[in-house]
Design a protein around this ligand. Structure first.
Ligand code: ADP
Ligand code: MG
Length: 238
């Protein structure tokens, strides 16, 4: 299972209200894209879901269980960042397996999960290399692999393509779409790119200034934007 429910999530930093009451339902196996301009609160919302940041108020429910008291490592969530966040001194194999090792997973199980993920992501030839010996696209595949081996209930992607050039962006995007289909995994994918949102999403959540402007399937938003903001961001010109 991998469902997520957000109930009236608010987050303030000092006197600055960054999230102003977010309600959302994500079904098992859905790929939901959060889209919105820079600074609207997308990363903060992901961090609250992952437990890296406490909400000021409101509730995160994972598989219908309130997650407020559950530490990040126990939430069954894996996050992929724009900057990859790989360890430079570790090989690809060890970068992918480190989280499992820290969680006390038996060595044989780590080997088999890393082998499975590396096959899915075409990383077999790179397992002995270090991040500096890889291209940006390969590094991002390693970061995705590191998420995969944990077999999480929920994948969170925070602008994973932002540091890639145009051709690699398309490839990596297709790869993420394929993973979603193959694993039938629940995924939340953050981007400020309308094309990524339109092509990947089962459901798009349009964020603006800490609030949800509209939630809907890509064509629903495109054809029937709720307001000028959504129309300007992804809708067809009116
Ligand atoms: P996005 O990912 O949509 O670009 P963020 O969630 O990173 O937006 O940031 C939303 C707002 O919250 C920004 O104004 C940012 O400066 C502020 N913010 C994020 N994290 C912190 C923090 N730890 N302390 C203070 N302000 C923060
Ligand atoms: Mg961000």
């Amino acid at each position: 299972m991998g469902t997520l429910k957000l109930e009236n999530i608010r987050k303030s930093f000092g006197s600055v209200d960054v999230l102003k009451g977010i309600d959302l339902d994500v079904k098992d196996g859905e790929l939901v894209v959060f889209v919105g301009p820079s600074g609207c609160g997308k990363s903060t919302l992901l961090r609250v879901i992952a437990g890296l940041e406490d909400a000021t108020s409101g509730e995160v429910l994972i598989d219908d269980e309130a997650a407020g008291h559950i530490p990040p490592a126990k939430r069954g969530i894996a996050m992929v960042f724009q900057t990859y966040a790989l360890y430079p001194h570790l090989t690809v194999r060890d970068n992918m397996g480190l989280g499992l090792k820290q969680a006390g997973t038996p060595a044989a199980e780590i080997v088999s999960r890393v082998a499975k993920a590396s096959a899915m992501l075409s990383l077999d030839d790179y397992l002995a290399r270090r991040p500096a010996e890889l291209s940006g696209g390969q590094r991002q595949r390693v970061a995705i692999g590191r998420a995969l081996v944990r077999e999480p209930k929920l994948f969170l992607f925070d602008e994973p393509l932002s540091n890639l050039d145009a051709a690699l962006r398309v490839n990596t995007r297709l790869e993420i779409a394929k993973l979603h289909r193959d694993l039938n995994a629940t995924m939340i994918y953050v981007t400020h790119d309308q094309v990524e949102a339109m092509t990947l999403a089962d459901k798009i959540v349009v964020l603006n200034n800490g609030r949800i402007e509209q939630i809907g399937a890509p064509m629903e938003l495109y054809n029937s934007p709720a307001n000028l903001f959504v129309a300007g961001f992804i809708g067809s010109p009116k």
